[in-house]
Design a protein around this ligand. Structure first.
Ligand code: COA
Length: 150
């Protein structure tokens, strides 16, 4: 079975938070996801729904020419099976459809899995945000230019 990618809803948040708390040292709180679902008009929050089980999710911000991937995760039991690739391809398709010029995201240089995913899609290092993460690690800003860029 293939998961469906659909908009994140309030009812998904128990599942989403369970994944979030397992995969990130500094997880987003429920209120952050609620803001994305209900209040942030620039937000595109989605889940990977496998017959009612949420196996991954992403939150992107569509900020005029920029498509910013703020959060992306796959449930640990479902990692390394191509679902991160599937979700990323969906986000790139969405960004192109929205006429975004480029995609940006922040990543820990120590995050080998995420780096592998982004490199595979042609993201390149675009800058460093010093001590971006709560534990003091820098963030690498990764960028991918889209065909719609002028
Ligand atoms: C990053 C993440 C979303 C990737 O999801 P995934 O479903 O495992 O990704 P895929 O199975 O599609 O793999 C994508 C590529 O990365 C590679 N990869 C995946 N995990 C890897 C690891 N731990 N080390 C090295 N390469 C890895 C895969 O081999 C694949 O490359 P290939 O297609 O050339 O073989 C997932 O590891 C995750 O949720 N991590 C925790 C949350 C996180 O760090 N999010 C990103 C924050 S910036």
């Amino acid at each position: 079975m293939k998961p469906v990618i659909r908009r994140m809803q309030e009812e998904d948040l128990d599942f989403v938070l369970r994944i979030e708390q397992r995969v990130f040292p500094d997880p987003w709180q429920r209120t952050s996801f609620q803001f994305e679902i209900h209040a942030n008009r620039f937000s595109y929050p989605v889940v990977l729904d496998l017959e009612g089980e949420i196996i991954g999710y992403a939150v992107a911000w569509e900020i005029f020419e920029e498509f910013h991937i703020a959060n992306i995760a796959i449930h640990p039991d479902y990692q390394k099976q191509g679902w991160g690739t599937y979700l990323m391809q969906h986000l790139i398709d969405r960004a192109e459809k929205m006429g975004s010029h480029y995609i940006l995201l922040e990543v820990r240089p120590s995050n080998k899995a995420a780096m592998a995913l982004y490199n595979k899609f042609g993201f390149f290092p675009h800058g460093v945000r010093k001590r971006y993460y709560r534990d003091g690690e820098d963030a690498i800003v990764m960028r991918k230019n889209l065909q719609t860029q002028v």
